[in-house]
Design a protein around this ligand. Structure first.
Ligand code: XIL
Length: 408
């Protein structure tokens, strides 16, 4: 008896709250609407910005006044040199031994070359007591024959290290192993290298530590002093080359990379205060066309801050991944060229910038053919020349940026 009375009470209460809710207008549909709006807000914060940016570039690419015309057919290396700048690309030895038409274009367009893997630890120092200089020697000779400069890439990195190194490294032997490696490699090419990426990617995009340093095998075994040790050893091995700190994401204004620029500026200041011989910042600049977070004004100021501390600047690995753009090649090329010009027109306003390199030269050979290949619908078109070695609008955009800048 009591039981059914209770049930009635509960039913009545439910009726009341339903009625009340209805009175207040809080129907189920309302709840759904509010929920969707909230979810929409979250999505718009995290996803809509890139969509907005792509929208902007889509618009830009279709804008009939966007003019990519170029005067004459002078190659990039000469246009850059006319302004006291370097232009070049990364390359594998194999492309230059197996592909004559590509090699001709490489010689024509580039006055600086960077080995894409041949100087990385796993290639040049594959065993504890064995160096293999064959690939690097070949590329350095090739560059000299064709009056190109060489960028050394790279001595201290957490990536592309051989297994023996990971297995051998301890707190006690780490400094000696790192210094020996730096000095052996650098002394071999002493006087032949324009600039060396001594340390690559030491900053962590997630910035777990307050100094922003990435947890690498080097940090674990030597603490943050590994950076100073590396640059001092490098300066001793080749006192006349430019010693570079190289990293990615520095032009990216998204939340993922937020803080990285400031962490770098702090590092650069610390090096100046302690007289650590670092001469230049290498900005890799691997772009993704579909989520572009470039803020021209902010990036311009960032370059000014680097220059104010008396560092040179190089763009070291530029390319534009067009992964999820519409498949039409002409359309992609306009979007990509817009991004090239947006970036380089800002970069080349800075007098401290002394060179520009793309990560490859032709779409025939780009790391994006293997990197992030899953789900890619069409072959990527990130570079100035297409896979048939023809000049694309991206080439025009670069040529225009060189033509429009002042002489260094
Ligand atoms: C890439 C090469 O292009 C690939 O061929 C290799 O497998 C992995 O490394 N940042 C760098 C470069 O500093 O060394 C990387 O090069 C691309 C990202």
């Amino acid at each position: 008896m009591k039981h059914s009375h209770d049930r009635q009470k509960v039913k009545q209460r439910i009726k009341i709250t339903r009625r009340q809710r209805k009175q207040r207008g809080w129907s189920r549909r309302r709840f759904l609407l509010v929920g969707l709006t909230a979810a929409g807000t979250v999505v718009s914060v995290f996803a809509a910005r890139p969509i907005m940016w792509v929208g902007q570039y889509v618009q830009a690419s279709l804008e009939p006044h966007r003019d990519f015309s170029v005067q004459g057919d002078t190659p990039l290396r000469e246009r850059a040199a006319a302004k006291g700048l370097l232009y070049g690309g990364s390359v594998h030895q194999r492309y230059l031994t197996e592909d004559v038409p590509f090699t001709q274009q490489f010689i024509r367009e580039c006055n600086v070359l960077v080995p894409e893997t041949q100087m990385k630890w796993f290639r040049i120092h594959p065993d504890v007591d064995r160096y293999d200089f064959s690939g690097a020697d070949w590329l350095v000779n090739f560059a000299q024959q064709h009056k190109m400069r060489v960028r050394g890439h790279t001595l201290v990195w957490h990536h592309s290290v051989p297994t023996w190194l990971k297995q051998t490294l301890t707190r006690r032997n780490a400094e000696q192993i790192m210094v020996d490696h730096i000095q052996t490699v650098m002394k071999r090419y002493r006087g032949k290298i324009h600039s060396w990426d001594v340390v690559n990617e030491a900053l962590d995009p997630n910035l777990r530590r307050s100094d922003g340093l990435r947890e690498t095998l080097w940090l674990q075994s030597l603490g943050d002093s590994y950076l100073d040790i590396a640059y001092r050893a490098a300066a001793e091995a080749d006192p006349d080359t430019m010693l570079v700190y190289n990293d990615f994401g520095l032009e990216d204004n998204s939340f993922r990379q937020s803080g990285k620029r400031q962490a770098l500026l702090n590092l650069l200041k610390r090096w100046r205060d302690r007289n650590v011989p670092v001469h230049a910042v290498g900005i890799q600049a691997h772009w993704r066309a579909w989520e572009n977070f470039f803020d021209p004004q902010q990036f311009r100021n960032f370059l000014k801050e680097i220059a104010a501390m008396d560092y040179k600047i190089l763009i070291t690995e530029f390319d534009v991944d067009d992964f999820s753009l519409p498949t039409n090649a002409q359309f992609r090329d306009r979007v990509i060229a817009s991004l090239y010009e947006d970036f380089f027109s800002v970069v080349l306003q800075e007098p401290a910038v002394c060179g520009v390199l793309t990560w490859g030269l032709s779409d025939r050979y780009t790391w994006l053919l293997t990197e992030g290949r899953r789900g890619r619908k069409v072959t990527p078109r990130p570079l100035p020349l297409d896979d048939q070695l023809g000049r694309k609008l991206a080439w025009n955009a670069l040529a225009r940026s060189f033509d429009q800048t002042f002489k260094r």
